[in-house]
Design a protein around this ligand. Structure first.
Ligand SMILES: [Zn+2]
Length: 443
């Protein structure tokens, strides 16, 4: 490929990253973060420019050609723009991590709470096993020195994220879409943990135990497109894809990739389940397509061996087995249900002002993707159309996808109301002066 054209493509990727971060609320203006992508082949790094050298109004207005291009040692490849002053940090990380081709340095809202306290992110939600279970904080004051870079590289290790005291955080990944999702993922977990700790002591899980496993399934790469000749199957697969996209569109998948849905054809008994986001190579759940769906039944028969299901497919099957009356399941890692998942407590409905009694039950924790978590969750749904999953997320069921989605919407709001009702009833008020003393004592 023509080198100049390749450079332009990578510059456009870097500009897309910058623009997306602004749209997602991670960059308040063009001075508060820097991003880079690397072409692993040439070693060239494409990085945002030194703020203030080119005024464009807002980060989404940058064009690819506004991005600076340097070689692996920092020598300029293009000469009309000045690289970010944090270029040396990006280059040091790329040098230490050959698997990384995108770095996002920003000052995110919720991660910053941990970096200012110089605390690691506790392991409290099963979803962390998919991204990173060991996020540490760099404690030295920021500087563009070898010693600082060494601490960043040591604390980052082989993880996808690191908190930087007084300096925001770094997210790293193989490409920009992974990296943006990782940033969203950690932000979401940091927010959930922060909210949960206002109500009680977050329950941690053993990092050695949680593993995302799909037990005993062998996949083939043979693709039999004949399955698409079955019109009913097309409709059901498209319905699951629609439900999977809704998870993201409605904000129930804060990380972009988490959660899954399924529907059951009550006539044939066939169950159609979300595909694994990893397998589908999608940007996020909004890219879910019908062809990726997995088909099974209550006996866990595998009808489409070329399709890799979400790791929670046993859970969907177990719920259908115990609930013959339902035709759709939605599993989320929603913000507010997760707060109670971290605390491992039932949500009392009498406190939310809707004339309800009883609870949204919290199912016992078990590792993601196992038959144990499937059974625990299915049991919690025997007498309820929704439940919290301990240290994990939530599930809602209904006759149709829209009915289950409506339960999810209600459940998220009910959990948010319960959270606020508990805080308000106790009249929580921070000791501001003491908190400021504590935070500034780190300096
Ligand atoms: Zn999950």
């Amino acid at each position: 490929m023509n080198d100049n054209y390749k450079i332009k493509l990578f510059q456009d990727e870097a500009a897309r990253c910058f623009s997306q971060l602004y749209k997602d609320g991670y960059l308040p203006n063009d001075e508060m973060g820097d991003v880079s992508v690397r072409d692993a082949e040439s070693g060239y790094v494409f990085i945002s420019i030194k703020p203030g050298t080119l005024r464009v109004g807002e980060p989404s207005a940058y064009h690819g050609t506004d991005f600076a291009v340097v070689d692996r040692d920092g020598n300029p490849v293009t000469h009309h723009t000045i690289p970010s002053e944090n270029l040396a940090l990006h280059l040091a990380v790329y040098k230490a991590r050959p698997d990384v081709n995108c770095i996002i340095h920003t000052y995110p809202l919720w991660s910053s709470l941990f970096s200012q306290r110089k605390e690691p992110l506790p392991f409290v939600l099963a979803e962390q096993a998919e991204a990173s279970t060991d996020i540490k904080c760099v404690e030295s004051a920021p500087s563009m020195t070898e010693a600082y870079f060494n601490e960043v590289i040591e604390k980052l290790g082989d993880q996808i994220y690191v908190f930087l005291y007084d300096f925001g955080s770094l997210a790293v990944g193989a490409n920009i879409d992974n990296t943006i999702n990782y940033l969203a993922w950690v932000e979401s977990v940091a927010r959930k943990v922060t909210h949960a700790s206002l109500l009680g002591e977050p329950l941690t899980i053993n990092p050695g135990m949680a593993q995302l496993v799909t037990e005993g399934v062998e996949y083939t790469t043979d693709i039999n497109y004949d399955i698409y000749n079955d019109y009913d199957q097309i409709l059901f697969k498209e319905e699951v894809a629609r439900g999977t996209r809704l998870l993201n569109l409605r904000g129930y998948s804060p990380s972009g990739e988490s959660g899954d849905t399924s529907v059951r054809d009550l006539k044939t008994g066939l169950i159609y389940v979300s595909g694994s986001p990893r397998w589908c190579f999608q940007r996020n759940l909004q890219d879910a397509r019908g062809w990726e769906r997995f088909i099974t039944d209550v006996n866990e028969t595998i009808y489409v061996p070329w399709s890799e299901p979400t790791c929670e497919w046993y859970m969907h099957v177990a719920i259908y087995r115990k609930r013959p009356d339902i035709g759709a399941i939605v599993h989320t890692h929603g913000e507010w249900a997760s707060v109670f998942a971290i605390l491992g407590i039932d949500v009392p409905l009498s406190i939310i002002g809707e004339g309800r009694t009883g609870v949204i039950p919290c199912a016992k924790y078990a590792d993601a993707g196992t038959h144990d978590v499937a059974e625990n969750t299915a049991d919690a749904l025997l007498h309820s159309n929704c439940c919290i999953m301990g240290n994990h997320g939530a599930v809602a069921v209904g006759k149709t996808m829209d009915e289950a989605m409506a339960v999810v919407a209600w459940m998220e709001q009910a959990c948010q109301k319960a959270f606020n009702a508990i805080l308000a009833a106790e009249g929580l008020r921070a000791d501001t002066a003491a908190a400021i003393r504590k935070l500034t004592s780190h300096q």
